[in-house]
Design a protein around this ligand. Sequence first.
Ligand SMILES: N[C@@H](CCC(=O)N[C@@H](CS)C(=O)NCC(=O)O)C(=O)O
Length: 283
Amino acid sequence: MSENTYTPPKVWSWDKENGGEWASLNRPDSGSRFEQSLPVGEHPFQLYSLATPNGVKATVMFEELLAAGVAGAEYDAHLIKIQDADQFSSGFVDINPNSKIPALVDKSGTNNVNVFESGAILLHLAEKFGRFIPSSPNDKAACLSWLFWQVGSGPYLGGGFGHFYAYAPEKFEYPIDRFTMETKRQLDVLDKHLANNDYMAGKEYTIADIAIWPWYGALVLGELYDAAEFLDVESYTHLVAWAEKIAQRPAVKRGKIVNKTWGDESQQVHERHSKTDFDNIKF
Ligand SMILES: N[C@@H](CCC(=O)N[C@@H](CS)C(=O)NCC(=O)O)C(=O)O
């Protein structure tokens, strides 16, 4: 047994930060922490987000819709700095009581519609515009199955593997083993599926790909958690080929840098209010 075992008390109480990146944000309760309204731009869709994998799903979807000629999908992408606790403003919590990016206000109809959860945002937009969701029942079922697979599986990769491998202040074998095992199992699921399918739902690129790529695509392309070697991502050849193919899409290249505030400064668009916001970017 490790020396670092922990005997839980009868009733847990929050008396200290647990350390590590993001720890100062965490509290065991929900709700707004300060009064502040959100900025509102001129477009029908107001997105409040950051270019983490969950945020990238939404911005890639908007850029794909616009690239497909859906003029009604014009959007303002406002920056929510989660490190600075912007997600706890009263304005943000009014849209998303769960205080996580991305959050969307759809102002295109008579009444504003609030949407939170990245999977729900993808589905809302896909159904609204009839794009990136198959019309045949079989393919649609496949698309939704993989969309919800991502929503359910992603936290094992992010909150499990990513947290204990990359963010935890101390590295412990038990959680790293546990979540590495699960992450590799998930990578194998995707790899085997993509051995026989061009895209997640078959022949068509859909919201299932848009949901999965920012997490598992980024991971196997070495852009997440600096874990490519540790996970031996090169062995998932079909998954890597799919990830590389999607990375070449112009809308994906644009979407992944919207609301981005870290990394190469020449590849950051802090806020997106117009397609001209990409004019100075060399893709
Ligand atoms: N299930 C949610 C997860 C969203 C999520 O975890 N967002 C993170 C960034 S990737 C966040 O806003 N974290 C801020 C916090 O936890 O306070 C979704 O898919 O939209």
